[in-house]
Design a protein around this ligand. Sequence first.
Ligand code: EPZ
Length: 451
Amino acid sequence: MDYFLINGGNRLRGRIEIGGAKNASLPILAACILCEDEVVLHDVPDLADVQSMLLLLEELGVQSTRRADGALRLRVVDESRVHAEYDLVRKMRASVCVMGPLLAKRKEARVSMPGGCNIGDRPINLHVQGLRRLGAAADLKNGDVLLASEQLIGGDIFLGGPFGSTVTGTANVLMAAVLAKGRTVIEAAACEPEITDLADFLNACGAKISGQGTPCIVIDGVEQLGGCEHRIIPDRIEAGTFMVAAAITNGELELANCRLDHLGAVVDRLRHIGVTVERDNGVAVVASTRRLEPADVTTQPYPGFPTDLQAQLMVLLSLADGNSVITEKIFPDRFMHVAELNRMGAMLRKEGPTVIVEGVRHLIGAPVMASDLRASAALVVAGLVAQGQTRISRVYHIDRGYKEIEKKLAAVGADIERRQEQAEEEGAPPRRSGTHADAPVWLAPHEVPTK
Ligand code: EPZ
């Protein structure tokens, strides 16, 4: 298995191109099941989760090829399969997004229940409830959800749950409703930009959807969908992760292809903490050169602060000048990173769905273990600023959502490299990359000794 070696202390400076959004790509890839004609998608990131979805689609008769220019071409060649097997769904929960399209286009779907994961329970009751409102018969058999309907009928659906709406649940119901007879109104729909991108894609294929991006989405069913050419929106979570990396290393990063309008709550918190975030002809510039102020953060459905950036912001606040409070309202158990960060010298105390963050002077490098995608990204951010060396094992978690994050960070000055376990047994001396900045980042500017 791969691991990362990071020597902390370098300020990040330079430009990073933000890739296409993983969480927009996955439902849009699933939506290709609905299309009669070829689909061409630009900016689909080459991530492990995308590979998993393409494998599942191949199982379900959707052929895909990557063009020389990086665009993905997809076409349905066989509609006989309707079963998304446990093995594939277990690896990637977003596989449940094939449920709605299979049901609408092939009249039935058999999808394994995704089960839990390191960020908490991942039920799909709202998904099934919504599809049943469209007339689907639903059953549970050997851990699979079985759905069937000769013809879905539009209806009024409420998708609010105890933790707000459901993003992939909204995607599933939306994709099913586009081929249902009549009008569907989804109340308490997810407002995430990834849902808006899915709806825009479906409309480009001939669907009739309005209200995307608001809690009320209206869909008028159509006979069939054609194909289209579509560009995936930029990944706001990747962008937010690099914003924190720039801030925590007292550096300055230009983020190209970054939609600041998708990051309102994040920019608000960063500015409150004392980080500069500006737009400079289409590029977001993020810099920090002074002490960090503490802040209180509560994760909310969009446009609130995204749960997928909670861990990364926790690392930044662990170096703030005072105490912060972080409350997780979407996945109350999403704190696998807390114990690992405390091993690096952070002072974090979990009280139920809240973590009290006591600011410390610096973090200290240590061997840590990645546990889930965003917690692992937080450990990378911590390693960039920690004194000494940090070794992060099981980085396959990170590869699910970040394409070669170590190369992007090394290119802007981080001392980070990917290594394989067996290389260690060959006694290969650890290689260092990147250059040390003029002063270790754990010193605030006024603490940097003058020459
Ligand atoms: C999507 O997951 C994202 N994944 C997650 O990103 C993200 O954290 C999450 O939305 C919240 O923004 C993709 O888009 C592929 P939910 P999803 O259904 O759709 C409860 C990442 O790191 N709930 O919006 O699975 C659920 O338990 C990933 O990229 C029900 O109770 O999340 C949770 O508490 C991690 N019943 C809350 O709602 C249901 O039927 C939000 O879940 C469905 C969800």
